[in-house]
Design a protein around this ligand. Structure first.
Ligand code: HEC
Length: 118
């Protein structure tokens, strides 16, 4: 085996891993579980009543109830920006949480969306 061939063999797993990671299929059911683990400590997910943060029932497609965010509605782009880094959207927000990876954000948003469409 030439050295070039060996390099390709060594790098292939990384290439396929990267593809699998960016090409994930969005899964609302998985999103429900991730949201239960990551959001329910501060939010009611199936009512509008306030916990530490506002109730998130029907959040997809509705206007924010909080002040200071530059969005007219919580759509995919708004939710993704908010969940990526709440403080980048609103510097003094009280919503603070460890980073949520892209796949988890996409699944959570897909679940909100599917709840809205019910
Ligand atoms: C540590 C507590 C905490 C966690 C965990 C948390 N949030 Fe929040 N969230 C808040 C607080 C507090 C606010 C109000 C922020 C403000 O007024 O600036 C908020 C606001 C929001 C809003 C705005 C709602 C509206 O009615 O405008 C959304 C959407 C939201 N959070 C989604 C989420 C999601 C989805 C998760 C889970 C991935 C999550 N939050 C996890 C505390 C939290």
């Amino acid at each position: 085996m030439t050295r070039g061939c060996l390099l390709i063999v060594l790098f292939l797993p990384f290439v396929s891993y990267a593809q699998a990671d960016s090409g994930f299929a969005v899964d609302p059911e998985r999103g429900r579980i991730v949201a239960t683990v990551r959001c329910m400590q501060c939010h009611h997910l199936s009512t509008l009543s306030r916990s530490i943060g506002p109730g998130l029932k029907g959040v997809y497609g509705r206007a924010p109830t909080i002040s200071g965010v530059p969005f007219a509605v919580w759509d995919e782009a708004a939710l993704d920006a908010w969940l990526t880094d709440p403080r980048a959207v609103k510097a003094n927000t009280r919503m603070q949480l460890p980073p949520i990876v892209a796949r988890d954000r996409a699944d959570i948003i897909a679940w909100f969306k599917s709840e809205r469409e019910k």
